[in-house]
Ligand binder design. Structure first.
Ligand SMILES: *[C@@H]1O[C@H](CO)[C@@H](O)[C@H](O)[C@H]1NC(C)=O
Ligand SMILES: *[C@@H]1O[C@H](CO)[C@@H](O)[C@H](O)[C@H]1NC(C)=O
Ligand SMILES: CC(=O)N[C@H]1CO[C@H](CO)[C@@H](O)[C@@H]1O
Length: 382
């Protein structure tokens, strides 16, 4: 096997114990399988000190370099791949110097706070000829791949239409924690619309193709939110400029071999929990001969928030026999089931990146250019 790819990690910190870096990325990177393929050799945070503390706290090893500025990380010729898992509005500034320096990049979704900056990064990556990957992991989730298998087997014939109805599972209708209050500020770029809708609709497009054309609709009927301080002692009112309900309806482009000509995708999402006792995600795919229904207890995040496969139910209805069959799916690979669940699909992405461009292409892993297309779609909503 090739020597491990040397990573410079951005976004791991002691202060943010629940951060995506530690919950999503470290489980694989610190596993036996991850260590065969990758080695974290540097860490960037807001200061060298903060980076040092994180290295010690997560026991990454004394030989891991601590950096406090993106330029210093970029100048470290030992780093081959930069992985960025910070809040989205730091992605651009923290990764650009490393792109300039010709390093490969793995950046979490969303790629940047808006389409323009995402495009700048994508153009720069093109110019530098580096390899890029974005954390749109739903495409490689075993549940989505199981649906793909059903479509490929012709279980329901050609797809005529698909409908998605999703609600939030995180957060309440109108209150939010201090740490996530940035979700209410459109310009930050990280919100239920960019994150939840972005991840979910990307998984669906990966099976059914892109929109040829669509109409978007959005509303913001609950602009007033309460922000609860992390210590629980203060409650502050704030105003959100992020839509609390969005929908897209349009015709698919036929790039998927599973769809009939002019098949429709109807997608709707709203913040707040689903009606009590109902599933926060219902996704149906209506075909010539049958229909598939996917329901998930993880709402718009079926790809990262499911541990037990019973959390996502896949069923297929055969029109002719009127029979409904439950389709089993599992965390396919042994190493995957052994990781903390939030790191499982990211582990697959890391595996594919290590395997090479051919493997990534086959699995339709999203690179920076693909992320720009997704950003443009989301812009239509905002
Ligand atoms: C709780 O957090 C808020 C906001 O960060 C701060 O203003 C307040 O002083 C803190 N209260 C206590 C008791 O620590
Ligand atoms: C799909 O839509 C296009 C544009 O509206 C139309 O020209 C074409 O005939 C349609 N195809 C089918 C199979 O209905
Ligand atoms: C650039 C970077 O990694 N910043 C992180 C440093 O740590 C803080 C919390 O201590 C994070 O919020 C930042 O994302």
């Amino acid at each position: 096997m090739a020597p491990p790819i040397r990573i410079g990690l951005i976004g791991l910190s002691v202060a943010a114990k629940t951060s995506w870096a530690s919950q999503g990325h470290l489980p694989y990177l610190l596993s036996d399988r991850g260590r065969e393929r990758y080695k974290i050799v540097a860490l960037l945070n807001s200061s060298v000190d903060a980076a040092r503390r994180a290295i010690a706290d997560y026991k990454l090893g004394d030989d891991v370099k601590a950096y406090g500025s993106p330029g210093d990380l970029a100048a470290d010729s030992n780093v081959e791949l930069v992985v960025c898992t910070t809040r989205v509005d730091l992605h651009y500034d923290t990764t650009k110097p490393s792109l300039e320096a010709g390093k490969d990049l793995f950046v979490e979704w969303p790629l940047a706070e808006n389409t323009q900056r995402a495009r700048e990064l994508a153009d720069l990556a093109q110019k530098k000829g580096v390899r890029t990957m974005v954390g749109l992991q739903g495409r490689v989730s075993p549940a989505v791949l199981k649906v793909k298998e059903l479509l490929a087997a012709g279980t329901i014939g050609k797809v005529l239409s698909s409908e998605v109805k999703a609600a939030s599972v995180f957060g309440n209708r109108d209150s939010i924690s201090e740490g996530l209050a940035y979700f209410l500020d459109k310009k930050v770029g990280g919100s239920p619309v960019t994150i939840a809708v972005g991840h979910l609709i990307d998984s669906i497009h990966s099976l059914l193709g892109e929109y040829k054309s669509f109409h978007a609709h959005a509303q913001n009927q609950r602009p007033t939110w309460t922000v609860n301080s992390d210590n629980g002692s203060t409650r502050q009112k704030t105003t959100s400029d992020v839509p609390d309900l969005v929908s897209l309806q349009g015709t698919l482009d036929g790039s998927s071999s599973f769809t009939a000509d002019n098949a429709s995708l109807l997608f709707s999402f709203r913040t707040g929990p689903a009606f009590p006792g109902t599933s926060p995600l219902v996704w149906t795919i209506n075909g010539e001969r049958g229909e598939i229904r996917v329901t998930s207890s993880a709402g718009a995040y079926p790809q990262s928030e499911i541990d037990d496969p019973s959390g996502i139910t896949i069923e297929a209805h055969n029109h002719a026999s009127d029979e409904v069959k439950k389709i089993e799916w599992t965390w396919g690979k042994e190493w995957q089931a052994g990781l903390f669940y939030r790191g499982r699909n990211l582990g697959t992405l890391y595996d594919l990146f290590a395997e090479g461009d051919e493997a990534m292409k086959k699995a339709k892993v999203v690179d920076f250019d693909g992320a720009v297309a997704r950003h443009q779609e989301i812009d239509g909503l905002l």
